[in-house]
Design a protein around this ligand. Structure first.
Ligand code: C2E
Ligand code: SIN
Ligand code: SIN
Ligand code: FE
Length: 395
């Protein structure tokens, strides 16, 4: 990679930027020591995809490689530029208006970027500066300055600005070659970091969109059973809290929530005649009803976003003693999130009116949960559940 940049440098013979003093540079101007320094910066840049870290490493690396006093990076943002990083750090009284500025107020930077060539001002006192430029140079104590456009694949993404303070400085051919190599390196890293940020933002937005869809499904499922409106949301909240307190890793909690919201999605395929039957189910009807976790798995495992949320929908009717369905798993073979959810689900079912029976009282339902510890339910989950229910009562 580095060799490709270096080769590209060698091909450029147009090192002289109109109207400025800029020595020619060729491949031979980059020494072995320079190469080693560039590789070091390159490795440091490769360590992170955080745009702010990338820019900070870049300015610090640039000052070190070129043995100068200060460096800054501005990123292009339409017709504005944004100050991304500086070294040394900006003085405390650095005017806020210079952090994001109109590009037109920085004519030297504009010229460098337009030509896609470094532009060198040996002594800022000897040239005409705009008031914004004057302000920044004064605030940062800059004497000589080099503007190196950050160009990646033909796009100027920003500008690296190198400077001395309290001394003028004539840039050598070597410095120019180095600043070109550095700005090429930095431009690639900045672009990568930006792409990564965008990809992350897009992924977050996609997750948000999926989650809204899923909340909609969950609501639609509840509508089919008007008595239970609002219960699914409450059960999902409780499931996430209890799963967290019983040791489900933090990163898995969104899956717990999604699984809980969709726990009975498999009931979509259960005919109303069975689902809403006002009495006990026949053996044949039970066969159909017991299929609902399998339908859920078939459905969810096809959806990449939900495939890891399948544990609760698939295993919430397993029993601790191994007599549940669909797999007949026992004890800790049942995923923890499903062991947690089954207690919440049964409590909720018992305390709700069902077509086949009236709601039980809170006391009756809690007594049933307690009695089923170690039979239907994980005793540790029952204990956590009962403690929570005590807390809710007394609060
Ligand atoms: P559901 O009504 O949401 O009930 C979920 C779970 O809560 C049940 O899973 C069961 O473990 C517990 N549960 C609910 N009601 C009672 C009850 O009256 N007594 C006891 N001891 N436990 C109860 P299960 O048994 O696997 O049932 C799954 C689903 O099958 C139920 O979901 C419901 O939709 C349906 N179902 C169950 N029994 C009947 C019934 O007698 N008639 C009708 N029409 N549907 C039934
Ligand atoms: C400028 O204002 O154009 C550059 C000054 C700097 O930040 O080094
Ligand atoms: C609910 O009561 O919120 C739904 C639970 C279920 O249908 O199993
Ligand atoms: Fe169920």
């Amino acid at each position: 990679m580095l060799l490709r940049w270096v080769a590209a440098l060698g091909r450029r013979t147009d090192g002289l930027h109109k109207g400025t003093r800029m020595p020619q540079n060729t491949l031979k101007d980059i020494t072995r020591t320079d190469l080693a320094a560039l590789v070091k910066v390159s490795l440091a840049l490769a360590e992170t995809l955080d745009i702010h870290r990338v820019m900070q490493i870049a300015v610090e690396g640039a000052v070190e490689v070129l043995d100068l006093d200060s460096a800054a990076i501005y990123l292009c943002d339409g017709d504005h530029i944004i100050l991304g990083a500086t070294t040394p750090a900006l003085p405390a009284d650095f005017p806020q208006q210079y952090r994001r500025a109109r590009v037109a107020d920085h004519p030297h930077l504009v010229r460098a970027n337009a030509a896609a060539q470094p532009l060198f001002v040996p002594d800022v006192r000897q040239v005409e500066l705009s008031s914004a430029e004057q302000g920044v140079m004064t605030a940062r104590g800059i004497r000589s300055v080099l503007f190196a456009p950050l160009v990646s694949q033909g796009n100027t993404v920003g500008t690296l600005i190198l400077g001395t303070s309290g001394r003028t400085y004539e840039y050598t051919a070597d410095d120019v070659a180095l600043s070109r190599a550095l700005s090429a390196l930095i431009a690639v890293s900045v672009v990568n970091a930006r792409l990564f940020e965008e990809a992350q933002r897009a992924a977050a937005e996609l997750i948000c969109a999926y989650d809204s869809t899923l909340e909609g499904w969950s609501f639609a499922l509840e509508m089919r059973d008007a008595d239970t409106l609002g219960h699914t949301e409450r059960s999902a909240l409780l499931a996430v809290e209890m799963a967290a307190s019983l040791g489900v890793p933090h990163r898995d909690l969104p899956q717990v929530r999604r699984g809980a919201l969709l726990h009975d999605i498999g009931k979509m395929v259960i005919p109303d005649a069975i689902l809403h039957k006002p009495g006990p189910l026949t053996d044949e009807e039970w066969v159909v009803m017991r299929e609902h976790p399998k339908y859920a798995k078939d459905l969810l495992s096809r959806i990449e976003f939900l495939s890891r949320a399948v544990d609760i929908p698939y295993y919430h009717h397993e029993r601790w003693d191994g007599t549940g369905y669909p797999e007949g798993l026992a004890g800790e073979d049942i995923p923890l999130s499903a062991r947690v959810f089954s207690v919440i689900d049964v409590y909720d079912a018992l305390t709700s009116d069902r077509p086949y029976r009236r709601a039980w009282t809170r006391t009756e339902a809690l007594a049933y949960i307690r009695e089923q510890a170690g039979v239907q339910f994980d005793p540790a989950v029952v204990e956590a559940f009962l403690t929570r229910m005590d807390d809710t009562r007394s609060s």
